[in-house]
Design a protein around this ligand. Structure first.
Ligand SMILES: [Cu+2]
Length: 143
């Protein structure tokens, strides 16, 4: 007598390994209502080779923006603004103009604006090519 015994040990133990999606470390103060500073990293766009950082500081009713750029071609001054939107989808109309960007540091005071109202990824800082304004050379979202 032949007996084929197919021992199908089905271990249907579905161990749901909860994929811990790294949602970003909470490295900054989460209470935006008390935020007094924000740092924005501006990355190159359109192969400009230009990058920088912007420090936004609440000073009373105003915001002081300190923009540090590098990689600009020579001594040019390039238009810089805060726009509504993200770097991927920017409203082309500037919301707040900044002092023209140069190699090194430029500063701007934006009157009567609360930093908290700019946080959350709804605004971005961008820098434009000096001759061709429609060409963006660097951008960073305000978070
Ligand atoms: Cu702009």
């Amino acid at each position: 007598m032949k007996q084929f015994s197919f021992a199908t040990a089905v271990l249907a133990a579905a161990f749901g390994l909860a994929a811990a999606v790294a949602a970003g470390a909470p490295s900054t103060m989460m209470n935006t209502h008390t935020a007094t500073t924000a740092t924005v990293r501006l990355s190159p766009q359109n192969h400009s080779g230009q990058s920088g950082t912007a420090l936004l500081q609440q000073r009373g009713h105003d915001i002081v923006v300190t923009l540090r750029m590098s990689g600009l071609p020579g001594a040019v001054a390039e238009p810089a603004h805060i726009h509504v939107g993200t770097c991927a989808r920017l409203n082309p109309a500037p919301k707040y103009p900044l002092t023209n960007a140069r190699n090194g540091t430029t500063m701007t005071t934006i009157r009567n604006v609360q930093l908290a109202s700019l946080l959350g990824g709804r605004y971005a800082i961008n820098v434009h090519n000096a001759r061709h304004l429609s060409i963006y050379v660097a951008c960073g979202g305000i978070h």
